[in-house]
Write a protein that binds this ligand. Sequence first.
Ligand code: IPM
Ligand code: MG
Length: 352
Amino acid sequence: MPKVAVLPGDGIGREIIPEALKVLQAVLSDSPLKFEFANYLIGGAAIDAVGKALPADTLTACQEADAVLLGAIGGPKWDTLPAQERPELGALLPIRKELGLYSNIRPVKMIPSLISASTLKEDVVKNVDMVVIRELTGGIYFGEKGRQADPPAAYDVLLYTEDEIRRILELGFVTAQGRRKKLCSVDKANVLESSRFWREIAEDMAKTYPDVELTHMYVDNAAMQLVRYPEQFDVIVTENMFGDILTDLASMLGGSIGMLASASMNGKKGLYEPAHGSAPDIAGQNKANPLATILSAAMMLRYTFDLNHEADRIENAVARVLEQGYRTADLAKPGDQILGTREMGEAVIAAL
Ligand code: IPM
Ligand code: MG
């Protein structure tokens, strides 16, 4: 029986996850596979209940599951805790590391009916269709960090092993092979040694993938090119922190960060979550956009369980509700009729 560990987390996570589960149940109702979904605590909710952002039983359940579906974590209530105990460093980074989720995949594709929701000009964003692949368990996020007293200073080390670079680049090349065969490796090789090393490895690997056109781009230029001429990108591959920054930027190319799904993978095993945060300002008000979570659930069906038909049904249903003009507040223009979180979930189910 396929097992999914469900971690609603904090803030709007507790509203958007139930909608994604309802959609999954609807789409899986005629499937011969019987899925087991079980909820566990993570983040601030876990700190409040058991004093730890990533409780041991949550981690064990995630290790035993085939896939993890995560809402969002964090909030002002826990921001005053010591950094290592907060939801981000205490739960999200450790779960990525413990499950070995070294690749983060964020597809950004313009849904035609959302063109006007983007803050960028229609001509610039209308043909956007890219995948950003971010290395997720190495680099500056996980390097040695610390403080020194005299003179007062702090440091974070950016270190990558050759193996870490090869496995993420390999995913980049293979993903490009399945798309338009263009791979852009983003680095800062004019300044950073780790980037020069990354670039050498990419060049070496390119010989094994002659059908893929490999280019390199400095991260500052990539940020500029993403808003200038985003159509040029097919697959972007980059290190952890550059990827963190560029994926937030890229999310606006698809209309709204409320639409950006993400998969963090280690082979077939994956943790699926929306790319946005826990939005404490609108939590508990039935205002959050559940679509990124619903689309993350579709990625789960596709990547972990090979249920492409079911994943297509969900993605098509999301496109359809948007075509019909349904909008949550984050996507709405003046005059649009605004749906709440639950109503949007119902609309997707009706469109399946
Ligand atoms: C993301 C988030 C996290 C990250 C934060 C919450 C630690 O921004 O998943 O992109 O930086 O990786
Ligand atoms: Mg981020």
